[in-house]
Design a protein around this ligand. Structure first.
Ligand code: GLU
Length: 351
């Protein structure tokens, strides 16, 4: 047993020689991941997945936010970032798409950083709602009213927890935090923000409804505005995968070595993702793929293999539940081939 462990460690240190490591890499992120599969293995699997699913035209762009309906539905990009900062890409990985609901993960992380996990759990909760992500009925029905940090009501309430003297200060803090997780300066896509701000009456209604139950923690409309901005942040697939890899790497950005998210909060964040990361498709996703993940109506999904890395896929057409069709297919395929499923007892070693 011990011999086997050592030989795997040797194999890994031989294969991860850091040819793709950027010059600014720190000592911390040079450390070899104890569980990463070999680079060629991952490359081959990603290529297979890209070829297998690129022709799938099922699903439809989100259109309730007018900007999203116009995004080229053929775009398709895959990026993997490992905890030892290996970067693998395929397809359209330079295009900046709107992060949408995936932002909710990082605002939750920031709220927990500021208030601690227990306080956030009390103020928001972490129960699946069993309803659509924008359901006002869930707000009325759920004992917590907020449900969890990934349905719109709970997400707006989570955003309302972020401290700041005024709206700008809160927004800038959120944007900067996302940038630290991505290892890049991120920007608002102004057109997305305008398009969504002009059509977000449903979110305003949710926020005002939360006020009735004292479950919104700042001005309800200001909170919706900050939330709308956070959803309009642009990321490309590599930046998104790096944000995921920061979660996979116990809160340390593998490219910059910075501790962005407190390590004690990571299991809470990942459990919330496993519970409600893919809207009403979360149960089926856990059953099939077994990885904490978060999707956004912009067409992105990021899935986390704790300790190993993250995979981000961008492909705009969505299924009925609002999750990117091709992103689900790719992550399912890659995770199955590389044995990433968290619930599989063998997922912690090479296949
Ligand atoms: N900004 C979107 C909304 O509030 C986010 C939805 C999503 O990506 O699920 O509806």
């Amino acid at each position: 047993m011990i011999t086997k462990k050592i030989s795997i460690a040797l194999l890994l240190s031989a294969t991860f020689t850091g040819s793709l490591l950027p010059p600014a890499i720190t000592a911390q992120s040079k450390a070899t991941s104890p569980v990463a599969p070999r680079r060629e293995q991952v490359e081959a699997v990603v290529k297979e997945a890209y070829e297998k699913f690129k022709g799938d035209t099922s699903g439809k762009n989100a259109d309730y936010i007018p900007y999203l309906a116009q995004v080229d539905s053929k775009m398709f990009g895959i990026a993997i970032v490992t905890t030892d900062n290996q970067v693998l890409t395929m397809g359209d990985v330079d295009y900046s798409f709107s992060i949408q609901s995936i932002s909710k993960v990082f605002t939750l992380a920031l709220a927990m950083d500021e208030l601690g996990a227990d306080a956030v759990f009390k103020k928001i909760g972490s129960e699946p709602t069993g309803r659509a992500f924008n359901s006002p009925i869930a707000v009325v029905d759920m004992p917590s009213h907020t449900g969890n940090a990934f349905v719109n009501a709970g997400a707006i309430a989570t955003t309302s927890l972020i401290s700041g003297a005024n709206e700008d200060e809160k927004w800038n803090k959120i944007l900067e935090f996302y940038g630290k997780a991505a290892g890049d300066k991120l920007k608002l896509i102004d057109e997305v923000y305008k398009s969504e701000a002009a059509t977000n009456t449903g979110n305003k209604a949710l926020s005002y409804l939360l006020a009735k139950y004292d479950r919104i923690y700042a001005d309800p409309f200001e909170s919706v505005d900050v939330y709308t901005k956070q959803c309009s942040v642009g990321v490309n697939a590599v930046q998104l995968a790096r944000m995921g890899a920061t979660l996979a790497n116990n809160g340390i950005n593998p490219a910059t070595g910075e501790q962005v998210i407190k390590p004690e909060n990571i299991p809470h964040i990942l459990s919330a993702m496993a519970m409600a990361g893919l809207y009403d498709g979360s149960g089926g996703w856990a059953w099939k793929v077994g990885l904490p993940a978060k999707s956004g109506v912009g067409g992105g999904i990021v899935a986390i293999a704790p300790g190993k890395g993250a995979i981000a896929v961008f492909a705009p057409p969505l299924d009925e539940a609002g999750n990117s069709v091709k992103a689900q297919e790719v992550i399912d395929y890659v995770s199955e081939k590389l044995n990433y499923n968290l619930f599989s007892p063998s997922s912690v070693s090479l296949k």
